[in-house]
Design a protein around this ligand. Structure first.
Ligand SMILES: Nc1ncnc2c1ncn2[C@@H]1O[C@H](COP(=O)(O)OP(=O)(O)OP(=O)(O)O)[C@@H](O)[C@H]1O
Length: 464
């Protein structure tokens, strides 16, 4: 129920009007006293405030300013006497929604309240849409300018405006869903819906009714008619993720839909026209699935009109640091923490790691680093153990270090040895120096030179 606060020094006006407004389905509070009205505004949220411009205690426009100072979004309607048009103008300049000149018919006031209600609803809707749009654009933020990434972006901009079916293949976490988003939002269908279905997440019989919809009573539990995703995607794009996991019998049904561009709901007899652009994604090798008899070859040709491939992170190392920096900033901002930098040594570790979970794994690691961050730069010792395992080359396996000299090898060893001793001693410098049998000052100088951060080591110890 919409809540209205009326502030006016005219008691009899308030009495009559507030009752009539309430009888129209609104919750109304009426105050002649400004202090009481302000106290009430502090305690309760009102959708609309109706305020008299001329009041003995305080000028209504000044009161309007006060209300707006507290809550700039507050919707305020001003009431003025015939002699105070200037006040009405000033009110509008100070953010009033509208003004009405007394005397007026009560119907006129009710009509204005209804209009204000409509305005507030639209405003709410607008805020919701804006948040959705932010989510959407965030999910489309594409970081990376490696050769592979640039070539992918070029292909997307060429393919997006067409209506052709696209098959996106690539390892898990390489950004296939982002590519699908980009294809849709850069196409002529961008104002239509983008409907996503994960074919591996639903049981076979549920997937069928999800895609085709069902009529009321089609099966136990079908208590109402439901539109399927094919229908919902009409005018837009249908994104079938993990298409390689679509059950075989359903594959023939999908093929028929693609050929005939019409469907029948489960348990229905009516033919319904559908019109969507199809984008599929998989991390499976569909040709192998065809050989194994798990995937229909005719469907493969139908969905694979334009193939797009996302490259694993380990094959586009140029993107690793920009992605890590982007997500560190992103999570620092989201958690209201300070931004952090990555030290050279930590960058080397990030670059030599294999990233089997690709960008998803990297993003999760960035989030974890920020959760534990005290604002210090990201040191090698702060990175999870599994990624700090040195990647050993063939030469290293044979006992020699590639691309290094005696000084670098010694520093590498010293760094590892000192870090481990610091962890053992909970980051305590004196205890570590004692165990290493070197002077405290000497240890501090070495730590500085080797970029070892004691706070990071301490955090590492706490996490263990
Ligand atoms: N180039 C990129 N820039 C920024 N973020 C990215 C990029 N690529 C992927 N991501 C992010 O990594 C996560 C995984 O990406 P996405 O879900 O698109 O991968 P996927 O290939 O569809 O994975 P799966 O096969 O497991 O469904 C998402 O949170 C996505 O926002």
């Amino acid at each position: 129920m919409y809540k209205i606060l009326m502030i006016d020094d005219d008691k009899s006006f308030l009495n009559i009007y507030s009752r009539i407004i309430a009888s129209n389905g609104y919750y109304v509070q009426a105050k002649t006293n400004i202090r009481e009205a302000m106290e009430l505004l502090d305690k309760e949220n009102f959708n609309i405030v109706i305020l008299d411009v001329v009041m003995p205690e305080m000028n209504g426009v000044d009161l309007l300013k006060k209300i707006k100072e507290k809550n700039s979004e507050q919707l305020v309607m001003m009431l003025t006497g015939e002699g105070s048009i200037a006040g009405a103008v000033e009110s509008m300049e100070n953010g009033a929604y509208t003004y009405m000149i007394k005397p007026f018919e009560i119907d006129q006031l009710i009509l204005n309240i209804k209009k204000a209600e409509e305005f507030l609803k639209l405003n709410d809707e607008n805020v919701k849409l804006r948040t959705q749009l932010n989510d959407m654009t965030r999910n489309m933020e594409v970081v990376g300018s490696s050769e592979a990434m640039n070539s992918l972006k070029d292909q997307i901009s060429q393919i997006a405006p067409t209506n052709s079916s696209v098959l996106i293949t690539g390892e898990s976490g390489t950004g296939k869903e982002i590519v699908a988003n980009l294809l849709h939002y850069n196409s002529e269908r961008r104002d239509g819906p983008l409907i996503k279905v994960n074919c591996s997440a639903l049981a076979k019989n549920i997937l069928e009714s999800e895609l085709f919809g069902h009529e009321k009573g089609a099966f136990t539990g079908a208590i109402a008619t439901k539109k399927g995703r094919f229908e919902m995607a009409t005018g837009g794009t249908l994104f079938l993720d993990e298409i390689g996991d679509m059950p075989y019998p359903l594959q023939s049904k999908l093929l028929r839909v693609l050929q005939e561009k019409e469907i029948e709901r489960v348990g229905g007899t009516k033919t319904i026209k559908v019109d969507f652009r199809l984008i599929c994604a998989t991390n499976k090798d569909l040709r192998k699935e065809i050989e194994k008899g798990h995937f229909r070859e005719d469907l493969y040709f139908r969905i694979n009109v334009v193939p797009l491939v996302t490259t694993p992170l380990r094959e586009r190392k140029d993107d690793i640091i920009p992605l890590m920096e982007y997500y560190l900033d992103y999570y620092a901002n989201e958690m209201s923490k300070s931004r952090v930098k990555i030290t050279g040594q930590a960058k080397r570790v990030l670059l030599s790691y294999s990233w089997r979970g690709n960008v998803r794994e990297l993003k999760n690691m960035a989030e974890r680093l920020i959760v534990f961050s005290s604002g210090a730069d990201i040191q090698e010792a702060m990175l999870p153990k599994e990624i700090r395992q040195p990647i050993r080359t063939d030469e290293e396996e044979n006992g020699s270090l590639k691309n290094t000299n005696l000084r670098m090898a010694r520093e590498q060893f010293e760094k590892q040895f000192i870090t481990e001793t610091l962890i053992k001693n909970n980051g305590n410098i004196t205890a570590t120096a004692k165990e290493l049998e070197i002077a405290r000052k000497n240890l501090q100088a070495k730590m500085k030179h080797l970029e070892i951060d004691r706070t990071a080591v301490k955090q590492e110890t706490e996490q263990i």
